[in-house]
Design a protein around this ligand. Structure first.
Ligand code: ATP
Ligand code: MG
Length: 440
């Protein structure tokens, strides 16, 4: 992509309304624009990151055996009356009336709708286990939308819903998602810690929030240092092996970890000081087993092996990809701007032509640009006629993992500079080795 043809509305000044670094940097890097309180456009650079994050989420959901579908944003109020949540949900729900005075709503979540889809066609335990997910915009009329896409009113959510015959099978479904989440957040360059969450009237211990430690987090969290050293399962993890999944979950739920809502001060006080981390955290995911709450209310039953009908056991599993982007920036930035983990960077490389119009610079850049594109590398080529200082500042701000810098003197000598955004290290290499260096 040539910067001269791209749409990258960089802000030079710090926007006053932004209280936290991710919000500031997303606005400054031209990733998002606020359209109304808590409602944002994702501009081209932001859209690329959102797509990368969603691709990772999708791959890990698919790997775990979940099946993607797409449910609408607009839902019928009647469906929510069946579960009793139409009135219970309160003011966070955006209620709408159509021209025929039918009551609709903009979905804040999809338990009712997915239960309706399930009951319309699944009859037998033989069709289980089943896990259906989608990635769709949600609307919650938050009292205090703030921090940009971290807590917005319209936001993207990956929500998955599992259906199983009994508690044991549902527990395994829960474990599958737990492991998929560990892998998802790690691939996004984050260390997410699963923390016990409130299960409400359902009881048990099958509810966890996945929390990123960050000083700007909204919740106070308490966890054991051991989490920093725990390994995340590899690609080869066997999602059909219930025993090994349970073992991974056991390992990841052994050390103490709780948000302030669930904090057990006695257990905490018993830990040696050096092993404790009291910090702030950002919730990026939440998984929850809720049993037959919706299936009973909405008559979603399957015939078991004994020929008897039973309400199906369900769980729901959410990740907020738009909030996740902000969390990644909170965890990975410096004074100059964003430092993207490779896996979610909007482009792999920024190519800087320090002097457009200079024949050597132009020729060298065109060759590198063409070859990188041919090699499948995503390049943002700054071919604009602007000051070198401004070009460097923009590239640092948008945080692409590598920069290839071509100046008139280097181009004449047949050389380019390669800069690693995270470490700041620079090396001068022959123009002919740039592609090999970048793809290494
Ligand atoms: P919170 O306690 O932060 O309001 P929640 O418990 O309401 O979150 P869930 O209903 O579990 O969230 O939604 C699943 C995921 O969706 C969350 O883990 C989070 O990543 C994301 N999410 C929820 N609310 C918002 C929001 N207002 N803006 C952006 N992302 C959100
Ligand atoms: Mg909420």
């Amino acid at each position: 992509m040539r910067l001269s043809r791209y749409f990258l509305p960089i802000l030079k000044e710090n926007p006053k309304e932004a209280e936290i670094v991710s919000h500031r940097l997303m606005l400054r890097a031209g990733m998002i624009r606020q359209q109304a309180a808590g409602i944002y456009s994702f501009l081209p650079l932001g859209k690329r990151v959102l797509d990368k994050v969603c691709d990772i989420i999708r791959e890990e959901q698919d790997r775990s055996g979940a099946v993607e579908l797409l449910m609408p944003t607009i839902q019928s109020a009647d469906l929510w009356r069946e579960s009793g949540r139409y009135d219970a949900y309160g003011k966070e729900m955006l209620r709408i009336e159509d021209r025929h005075e039918r009551e609709l709503l903009f979905g804040p979540t999809n338990e009712e709708m997915v239960t309706d889809i399930f009951r319309s066609s699944v009859r037998s335990y033989k069709d289980l286990p089943l896990n259906l997910y989608h990635i769709q915009w949600k609307f919650r009329d938050e009292v205090r939308p703030r921090f940009g896409v971290m807590r917005s009113r319209e936001f993207l959510m990956k929500d998955a819903y599992s259906f199983d015959l009994d508690f044991d099978a549902a527990q395994t479904a829960y474990h599958r998602m737990f492991v998929a989440y560990l892998r998802t957040f790690t691939r996004c360059g984050l260390k997410a810690i699963p923390m016990r969450a409130d299960t409400g009237p359902i009881g048990g211990n099958l509810s966890h929030e996945f929390i990123i430690l960050a000083s700007t987090g909204e919740s106070e969290v308490f966890c054991h240092r051991d989490f920093l050293d725990l390994g995340v399962p590899g690609e080869d993890v066997d999602f059909s092996d219930a025993g090994s999944l349970a073992e991974i979950v056991r390992e990841w739920t052994m050390p103490y970890a709780a948000t302030d809502e669930m904090h057990d001060t006695a257990a905490w006080d018993a830990l040696p000081d050096a092993e404790r981390m009291a910090a702030r955290g950002i919730e990026v995911g939440h998984i929850f087993y809720f049993g037959t709450k919706y299936s009973e209310a909405m008559n979603a039953v399957v015939t078991g092996p004994d020929g008897k009908d039973t309400p199906v056991h369900m769980g729901s599993y959410g990740i907020g990809p738009s909030r996740l982007i902000a969390a990644i920036i909170e965890a990975s930035h410096d004074e100059a701007g964003i430092v993207w983990p490779k896996s979610v960077a909007p482009f792999d490389v920024g190519l800087i032509n320090m002097k457009p119009g200079d024949a050597d610079c132009d020729a060298a850049c065109e060759t590198i640009y063409g070859e990188l594109e041919k090699a499948g590398v995503e390049v943002l080529y700054d071919d604009q006629d602007t000051r070198a200082g401004a070009k460097f500042a923009t590239m640092d701000l948008i945080g692409l993992p590598l920069q290839v810098i071509v100046g008139p003197r280097g181009a004449k000598a047949g050389e380019a500079e390669v800069k690693d955004r995270a470490t700041g290290e620079r090396e001068t290499i022959p123009l002919a080795s740039v592609v090999a260096r970048v793809t290494a």
